[in-house]
Design a protein around this ligand. Sequence first.
Ligand code: KIV
Ligand code: ZN
Length: 387
Amino acid sequence: MGSERIAIFDTTLRDGEQSPGCSMNLDEKLLMARQLEALGVDVIEAGFPVASEDDFAAVQAVARECRKPVIAALCRALPRDIERAWQAVSGAARPRIHTFLATSDIHLEFKLQKTREEALVMIREGVRTAKSFTPDVEFSAEDATRSDWDFLVAVFTVAIEEGATVLNVPDTVGYTVPDEYGRLIRYLKDKVPGIDGVTISVHCHNDLGLAVANSLAAVAAGARQVECTVNGIGERAGNAALEEVVMALSVRRDALPFETGIHKEVITRASQTLANITGVEVQPNKAIVGRNAFAHESGIHQHGMLSHRSTYEIMTPESVGANRTSLVLGKHSGRHALGKRFEELGYPLDKPALEKAYKLFTKLSDQKKEIFDEDLLAIVRDGLTQI
Ligand code: KIV
Ligand code: ZN
């Protein structure tokens, strides 16, 4: 029996772009959009058209160029925003209007100065207006995880009555925890009439470092669309990282029996394209796409890896399009990895030579953080002949 499909909604070009230092011009957005299409995302959220002329033009360009995925345009639940979103996205092969309104009392009181009743009216009118333009309408209850659960039931009931096809439950400020978020999704599934006929979406921010864990808990509870960004870029601490969600679902299919349409071997290229465009480097220890994600330094780990990759690797670098596993030579490395590297460099060493080389290597690695091939070549050329 096939697994259920999780739609990957990429918001790198919208929420990701709201990350400090990550703004992109139209050409850069198009370049990234092509990568996202090659990656196989189901939805590209291309921007927030009412925000600026540039954003409008970028959404319009992505909508015209990327014909496979759904192209979404974000807008507040206001008539002018919705019209602008539609103008920008209407040229897409598969357009979506994504409209939102905050539903927590904190946002209603301090940001919108609206009562809950007024918010329900705005949601009804907003979804209705969006639906008059296109059948594919997503509604997001901003700050859902700090909203009253029964009020959320009322909010989503209204959105469904007006024809929303996707209901998003954002953890806007990265406040929830996996167990609670899973319970909220189940509560909504249980209480909102007609929810079985629509897609439940999740959108998690990473303020407590839980965005991916929360997204996966929501999937286990019934969500079927995950909103995420490449490299996890986004407001403040970022959004759920696409590559982590996708690889968790892929590697742990036994625990989470779902599949995505992502071409995993394109993940590294997409990550690097984004880093090149924005100039924002990926942290070295970032899961899946960080420089060290497939690097092993300690002697015990390197020995294990040389015996069998499965000892310390739960996925291969090739599976995500990365070059190869690297056994980084540093002060924690052992003879096995050193001998293997000498062999690869064309210098197979016998036991006594390797012993001498190892002594020189440990001396050098006390002085240098990382040992490069040039250092090893110096050891065989100069060091070994002198000893
Ligand atoms: O974080 C959030 O709530 C959002 C919504 C607009 C979907 O980005
Ligand atoms: Zn967000």
